[in-house]
Write a protein that binds this ligand. Structure first.
Ligand SMILES: *[C@@H]1O[C@H](CO)[C@@H](O)[C@H](O)[C@H]1NC(C)=O
Ligand SMILES: *[C@@H]1O[C@H](CO)[C@@H](O)[C@H](O)[C@H]1NC(C)=O
Ligand SMILES: *[C@@H]1O[C@H](CO)[C@@H](O)[C@H](O)[C@H]1NC(C)=O
Ligand SMILES: *[C@@H]1O[C@H](CO)[C@@H](O)[C@H](O)[C@H]1NC(C)=O
Length: 365
């Protein structure tokens, strides 16, 4: 890692990950790979970028204590639209018309950017580091914006935090203050609100000089290794329909995803690998796992939401964003996360007490 402020943040993030055995947090950072989001997977690609949603993975099967484990390519694992539905619900509950106005914003962007002067206006409105010049730039811009809303859903914490960006308490509520329009506003007014909203995420500290559509988080961490694992071990179909969610409709496209993996790593994902190896929903033979789910966390779409056995425990944290329970305790922690931690500790104690006392000896060759 290079020295510098950005990496310092990452080092801290990494330390937190390791301390809390929270390897799942790697994925949010990993997703910021501009290889994928900006260039559509290939540094020299001339194709439109593959949408973020087609590239979402989690590593549940690799890190079995993480909340989400049921993503897999077979449609009966997790419906592909569930993730983005939860993102949308987070915005819907955080302010009047908030989700509706974001849903409208995509068409407004298309309309406004259909002229050169509109492209320039939008670039200035968002204080972009580099002005949008082409339809490709607009597609990248929309991906970046979508990823911004997704990230906010993951880090909608009840207190100030700086996991992906420095943010105020309940950042989506702050964002939604700029998105409360009724149906009559012009595209320009709407997009002005959207730019103010985006700047809550990108400029909370007031220190940002411009918005860079090549990045959505404060840095990156072990990206390629993570994507390789995702390409070889777990496929997580994602899709949007623009009705149950606030995004532009986009179907899941396994072939496009597979081609991307092939182009970058020379590997193709096996659609059902995770289900075959780990058993999909049939995991009753495992033991001593707590599946905790934050109700605000879009990843809870793939979570285990019921107790399977008395050592395969599901915990719901309705007010929790991404792994809120694994963060340090805070005065503003909602009661649901305090209760979740208490249950977790209870099981840890129980399992440790019942573990065999003598260390296992390695088999002699
Ligand atoms: C598109 O933008 C123009 C102004 O550039 C505006 O007059 C028109 O109403 C917009 N169309 C839609 C569908 O919003
Ligand atoms: C960020 O906020 C500061 C302080 O309000 C402001 O001076 C600056 O122009 C903002 N940057 C962007 C990119 O909007
Ligand atoms: C924008 O982000 C990319 C990727 O992190 C970086 O390479 C580039 O230098 C940044 N541009 C500006 C103007 O900060
Ligand atoms: C699973 O059992 C624990 C108690 O052992 C309980 O706290 C928790 O709410 C249960 N989970 C669900 C999803 O019902």
């Amino acid at each position: 890692m290079k020295p510098g402020g950005r990496n310092e943040v990452l080092d801290r993030a990494a330390a937190v990950c390791i301390l809390t055995l929270c390897f799942g947090c790697l994925h949010v950072i990993a997703l910021k790979s501009q290889l994928f989001t900006r260039l559509g997977g290939l540094p020299s690609s001339t194709e439109f970028p593959i949408n973020y949603k087609t590239l979402y993975f989690d590593q549940k099967f690799l890190e079995p204590w993480q909340p989400q484990h049921q993503y897999g390519s077979s449609p009966d694992m997790v419906p592909c639209g569930d993730f983005y539905k939860i993102v949308t619900q987070d915005f819907a509950r955080s302010g009047h018309n908030c989700d509706a106005n974001i849903r409208k914003s995509w068409k407004a962007i298309n309309n406004v950017t259909s002229t050169a002067s509109g492209l320039q206006w939008l670039s200035e409105e968002f204080s972009l580091c580099a002005p949008l010049k082409s339809a490709m730039d607009v597609a990248i811009f929309k991906n970046w914006l979508q990823e911004t809303w997704v990230n906010l859903a993951m880090v909608d914490y009840p207190y100030e935090a700086n996991f992906l960006q420095p943010l105020p308490p309940w950042p989506i509520q702050v964002v939604c203050k700029y998105l409360g329009f009724d149906s009559t506003v012009s595209d320009y007014q709407l997009l002005h609100g959207v730019s103010q909203a985006a700047k809550v995420y990108y400029n909370y500290t007031g220190s940002s000089s411009c918005l860079n559509i090549s990045q959505t988080a404060t840095g990156s961490l072990g990206l390629l290794g993570w994507f390789y694992q995702a390409c070889t071990e777990m496929v997580m179909p994602m899709c949007t329909d623009g009705v149950q969610d606030m995004f532009e409709p986009e179907e899941w496209n396994f072939q496009a995803f597979s081609d991307e993996c092939n182009a970058i790593f020379g590997v193709r994902p096996r659609a059902d690998w995770a289900g075959i190896v780990y058993g999909g929903k049939d995991i009753i033979a495992h033991s001593n796992i707590i599946f905790s789910n934050g109700g605000l966390d879009p990843w809870s779409a793939g979570g285990v939401t019921y107790n399977i056995t008395d050592s395969l425990i599901s915990i719901m944290i309705p007010d929790g964003a991404h792994h809120l329970d694994l963060r340090y305790s805070n005065d503003n922690d909602p009661p649901s996360v305090r209760a979740a931690r208490a249950v977790e500790v209870k099981y840890f104690r129980e399992w440790i007490n019942h573990a065999p006392k003598t260390p296992r000896t390695a088999p002699t060759p």
